[in-house]
Design a protein around this ligand. Sequence first.
Ligand code: ADP
Ligand code: MG
Length: 347
Amino acid sequence: MFKKTLGIIGGGQLGSMLAQSAKKLNIKTIVISDDHKAPAKNFADEFIHGKYTNKKIINKFLKKVDIITFEFENIPFNVLHLMNKKVKVLPKPSINKIIQNRYLEKNFVNDLKIKTTKFKYIKSKKDILNNLDLLPGILKTCTLGYDGKGQIVINSLNKIKKLEIDFKKEYILEKKINIKKEVSVIITRFSSKKYEIYEPIENTHKDQILKYSKIPSNINKKIKNQALKYAKIISEKLNYIGTLCVEFFIDKKNNLYVNEIAPRVHNSGHLTINSHNVSQFENHIRAVCKLDKIKTKRIYKARMINLIGNDIRKYRKKKNKKNQFFFDYLKNDIKPKRKMGHVTIIQ
Ligand code: ADP
Ligand code: MG
């Protein structure tokens, strides 16, 4: 048994679900978050509030934990790196350095001979004008984007002239592709060539935010195997420990592209709590705490609906059927475009 304490950086819904899984495995958790109302407060054994750059707070956290993981990839690299000198951080911080920057991330993927959409590094309007072959395209900030935040769709030359872009930030311009389907592959890597991998999950986005996921996905065997293979190659190359998600696009001609990598548990994997014998969260905890690896199997087909903004109100009042599992993230304020909860329906 793991008798140590797991530190989790970040107190959102992913941190909450990690803490819940840890509890199931009798592992004590301490969550650190810069939001004093963080939802994971409700699920962790202990909660520390403070800025990730506050040395006093960080030291308090480091004194109490034996191993550290995180729920989001945008923690400054230096913070993770300094923590890692005292207490092991898994997945290792150097991975974050690549993945938290879209430009480095896509180059890393291309270096593995895996396709991404076409993209260019952009630091001025002139750079955009020099890459008109990428239109219609999406201008994305290199760092800190999520749920479509930090993205500007550029359909025409006209639009560029009117755009006010803050070039203190770095960007990539990415060619828009005609998406037929989006899928994600969640993999938990334990050590060299030892992993549990979930079959591809099919995802539908609305306004660039994930709305629906389902497993199994409706894709052909060739694409399925290719996606699984790519996820394995990526996790091996990163020497990754823990759960990782690779998001893919499939275009109308059945080309498979890696969209992005999340070095953490992922929204599309929430359904694994109900569809599988071991969820993405439990597998993550097992990997970072060096517990046994359990053969992961799907028990049910499942679909998940993200409850965004006001969607949550109805579900808070509703009685669920036996095959419906409602998760309320217990966020204090309901805001548009904010993920408030989800419901998973098993078949
Ligand atoms: P985020 O970090 O916000 O998740 P993504 O790059 O994954 O950013 O984009 C969010 C969603 O926007 C994608 O899942 C997809 O639906 C859409 N999207 C992003 N890039 C492209 C693209 N190049 N072509 C078409 N759709 C895209
Ligand atoms: Mg994404």
